[in-house]
Design a protein around this ligand. Structure first.
Ligand code: ADP
Length: 710
């Protein structure tokens, strides 16, 4: 067995033991019995021996309502019969005939008493009206005793009365009549003790019953509220109603506190409610078990129980007590069968290890056993006989309510366990959800980034494809256009030699040299075209490295100086110097560049500056950072020819050459600036020009700074 089950069964055990050991006033062990209508208590010490049950042979006058005065008359003709109490007069043999429950009679008992202290007498419910005289004095009554159904009013009123014995004999005379119940007479023991013993007994009984009522009532309401909040689980509704019914019943059995509060409450109605609660309790309990363990109960048997239970309940509602009392025995037998079925269910659920099966099983078992006690106590075989051996064990008729309380206790433990488990699950799920949420957010971000990346990749792939396509088209167009001119030249020179038009070897040589240089030019042009095409389609791979700004500036400056020396131009160099500001230490500022390709850009700008200037002009270079300090800004300026505003927008186009340039005699291909632009763009930089005709030109390009070391 698991540790938890042990814990819960220990709990249950303690609870049951507590209930079973509820303090009860001690009863006499060696039960004195009345003999021949006299109970000898002359040797009885109440304080030591306890309360005594006035059981045994009572005088019994059938069909006679006698008063104490009648017994004082010397000429009392009544026949002195004896009846052993407690029992119903049903089946009592009188004049050779068995009595039925209906009728009236007088009981008489003489008690020999040696105590002069105040005594208490505890009267049970008597079936179904009575009048009691103690020593000739009318002491207690319930309902109205009468000789037929119309003259009498039934009422159950257990009560206690105090008497002060004046002589050593106490005479009890009780008139009883019954026409409404199946059983008639005194079915439970009348008890005698000292006044305080009897009041203690009464108070403790009452307290426990009210406690029981309160507990069951609250549990009933609690379960119904549970159902209102969660209508999906019907078990709480069935159980709630069941508890309420049994709590009502608790007030109508035992000390019948309810009638103490409302003495004129209809016996018929009270009896109806009490029986109805029992009859309906059986199918309700089955419904409850069915909704808790749907897979372990039989649908057919459930339906049968409901049908029978509700039909009997219906009969109780519609018929008077004297009718529905007669079917009670059948319902009790039916209940026994239901108990067997319930027992089968609890065995199954324990075997199948259902949630809470052990606790509920224990609870149901106790409820069954306690209810069997009550059924037997209220059974006709018990009521109609005085010497039934079961009377030794079964002394009280309201144990089932206690059984239910134990069951409620076990059920609430199951409920508490279920609830706490559900809470635990909810907490766990919440935690998981939170985690999931967080990781979901991360995942969404991750996926969005991935999507964004692939979108960019797709876009750049698309651009690359369209660029390649375009550069291919341009290439073909340019080749057809721009290669034709030098080719025509070459063809002209060669034809002139071949045709024999040029015979002078010196001239021939000159023609061949020109042809050769045109071929070199073509070669160069084709190479540049290929480079440009590859750059445009981004097929040319750059050899990117981390280069400090200082290194780039030094490399450019060196080349500038060499080129300018060759061409005798005046030069000016202005470079950003390392400043105190640590953000501007050139050694620590890095670019991600292919230094060779950028050298080609720089070379192109300088050679253009030489080309489009005269010896009087100045060429200057300067290195700076853009205003936002995010880029390096390189400027190559000259004070030469400048470019007209009309031509400015086109000078970065491939093959664009100013109209002033002598195309036939120059080595210009018109590709230099296009290549420069592609290389700078490839580095995520920009290139532009400002110029005015005759005023010189300034070419700028930027390169993004990759990182700064602090
Ligand atoms: P090219 O091989 O003809 O120099 P580029 O693409 O380098 O081809 O230059 C394109 C045109 O831009 C040149 O034909 C010229 O008209 C103009 N250009 C370039 N640089 C300068 C400059 N520094 N001053 C004036 N014009 C220039």
């Amino acid at each position: 067995m698991k540790r938890k089950s042990i814990k819960t069964s220990v709990f249950l055990y303690i609870f049951i033991s507590l209930i079973l050991t509820i303090p009860r006033t001690s009863f006499a062990m060696d039960k004195p019995q009345a003999i021949n209508g006299t109970l000898d208590l002359s040797n009885w010490t109440y304080h030591q021996d306890g309360i005594v049950k006035l059981d045994g042979q009572w005088e019994f006058y059938w069909k006679e309502l006698l008063t104490p005065e009648d017994f004082n008359k010397v000429d009392l003709e009544s026949e002195n019969n004896l009846i052993v109490l407690p029992r119903a007069w049903n089946k009592y043999e009188f004049d050779g005939q068995e009595l039925s429950g209906k009728g009236y009679a007088t009981y008489r008992l003489l008690i020999k008493n040696n105590s002069d202290e105040s005594l208490g007498i505890k009267l049970p419910r008597i079936f179904t009206a009575y009048k009691l005289w103690v020593n000739g004095e009318l002491t207690a009554w319930a309902g109205q005793v009468g000789t037929d159904i119309n003259q009498m009013t039934p009422q159950y009123l257990p009560q206690i009365k105090y008497i002060n014995p004046t002589s050593d004999t106490i005479e009890l005379v009780i008139q009883v009549s019954n026409f409404r119940h199946r059983s008639g007479g005194i079915l439970e023991s009348i008890k005698l003790g000292t006044a305080s013993q009897i009041s203690d007994l009464y108070i403790s009984n009452l307290t426990l019953e009210l406690f029981l009522f309160g507990s069951l009532f609250i549990m009933g309401i609690y379960h119904i509220i549970l159902f209102i909040f969660r209508t999906k689980d019907k078990s709480t509704l069935f159980f709630g109603i069941f508890c309420l019914l049994i709590s009502m019943r608790t007030l109508l059995v035992g000390e019948i506190y309810f009638i103490n509060l409302f003495p004129s409450f209809s016996w018929e109605l009270a009896h109806k409610i009490q029986t109805f609660a029992y009859y309906l309790g059986v199918p309700l309990f089955t419904l409850f078990l069915k909704s808790v363990f749907p897979e372990d109960t039989s649908k057919r048997i459930n339906r049968l129980i409901l049908l029978i239970g509700f039909s009997f309940g219906f009969i109780v509602l519609l018929t008077p007590a004297r009718v529905f009392n007669d079917i009670n025995t059948y319902y009790q037998i039916f209940t026994f069968f239901v108990f067997i079925y319930l027992f089968y269910i609890i065995t199954i659920i324990c075997y199948r290890k259902r949630e809470g099966a052990f606790l509920i099983g224990m609870g149901v078992l106790v409820l069954i056993l306690f209810s069997i006690n009550d059924i037997l106590f209220l059974s006709t075989m018990f009521a109609d006989s005085d010497d039934h051996f079961l009377r030794n064990f079964i002394t009280r008729g309201n144990l089932s309510s206690w059984g239910l309380l134990i069951f409620v206790f076990s059920q609430s433990m199951v409920l508490a366990k279920k609830l706490s488990r559900s809470f635990y699950k909810v907490e766990l799920l919440t935690e998981e959800l939170i985690e999931l949420n967080v990781s979901l957010e991360d995942k969404v971000i991750e996926r969005t980034l991935a999507l964004e990346n692939s979108r960019r990749e797709l876009q750049s792939a698309y651009h690359a494809v369209s660029r390649s396509e375009k550069s291919l088209q341009d290439l073909i167009q340019n080749i057809s256009h721009d290669l034709r001119t030098p080719l025509t030249g070459i063809k002209g020179y060669i034809n002139a030699i071949l045709d024999g038009k040029v015979k002078d070897p010196e001239k021939q040589n000159k023609y061949l040299e020109r042809t050769n240089s045109k071929i070199d030019f073509l070669n160069n042009m084709i190479q540049e075209l290929l480079d440009l095409s590859q750059l445009q389609s981004r097929q040319m791979k750059l050899n990117i490295e981390e280069v400090p700004v200082r290194t780039l500036i030094e490399s450019f400056t060196k080349r500038f100086n060499i080129d300018s020396l060759r061409n005798n131009r005046k030069v000016e160099i202005s470079s950003i110097s390392d400043s105190q500001d640590e953000t501007l230490i050139l050694e620590n500022i890095f670019l991600m560049i292919d230094i060779e390709k950028l050298d080609r850009v720089f070379y192109n700008l300088i050679s253009n500056a030489h080309k489009y200037t005269t010896d009087d002009d100045t060429i200057s270079i300067s290195f700076n950072f853009t205003d936002d300090k995010e880029k390096l800004l390189v400027e190559v300026s000259d004070s030469g020819f400048g470019i007209s505003t009309d031509e400015l927008p086109y000078i970065f186009d491939r093959f664009y050459m100013s109209s002033n340039v002598d195309k036939s005699n120059s080595n210009s291909t018109g590709l230099g600036l296009s290549i420069a632009k592609e290389i700078v763009n490839y580095h995520r930089g920009e290139i532009w020009v400002t110029s005015e005709l005759g005023q010189g030109s300034s070419f700028f390009f930027t390169l993004p700074i990759y990182k700064r070391l602090s």
